[in-house]
Design a protein around this ligand. Structure first.
Ligand code: SF4
Ligand code: SF4
Length: 102
C-alpha cells in the first residue's frame, strides 16, 4: 500500500521528506507535495522526516483522510518531481505552530 501525503502538508512544503526517498516519488505544485502511488516502494523513510506529520501509510488513513490517497495518485504523475529540499513556503512555520507541532 503506498504512502500518502495528507492535509497537513498544505501551505507547508518543508520538503524534508524528499531527501529520505530512495525512489524520488514526491511531486509538487505551488502549495504541497504528493506521492506517486505507483513509484512508492513503501520503505517508510519519509514518515519521521515530516515535521507536520503529513505522511501516512494508506491503511493508516482515517475516514476523513481517505480522499488523500486518490488525490495523491491522480495529481502526482502530472507534476514535476521534487528531489531536493527547498525553502519552506512563507507561512510554513506559522502553520506548524497552529497545528501544535513545534
Ligand atoms: S516534509 Fe511533510 S509538510 Fe513538508 S513537503 Fe514533505 S510531506 Fe509536506
Ligand atoms: S515510503 Fe519510501 S518510497 Fe514511499 S514516498 Fe516515502 S520514502 Fe519514498
Amino acid at each position: 500500500m503506498p504512502h500518502v501525503v495528507t492535509e497537513n502538508c498544505q501551505d507547508c512544503r518543508f520538503t524534508d521528506c524528499v531527501t529520505a526517498c530512495p525512489v524520488a516519488c514526491f511531486h509538487g505544485d505551488g502549495e504541497r507535495l504528493y506521492i506517486d502511488a505507483k513509484a512508492c516502494i513503501d520503505c517508510g523513510a519519509c514518515i519521521p522526516r515530516c515535521p507536520v506529520r503529513a505522511i501516512k501509510e494508506d491503511f493508516d488513513l482515517s475516514a476523513d483522510e481517505e480522499e488523500w490517497a486518490q488525490i495523491n495518485a491522480l495529481r502526482a504523475p502530472g507534476l514535476p518531481v521534487v528531489r531536493a529540499k527547498e525553502a519552506p513556503l512563507p507561512g510554513a512555520e506559522g502553520r506548524r505552530a497552529a497545528l501544535g507541532l513545534n
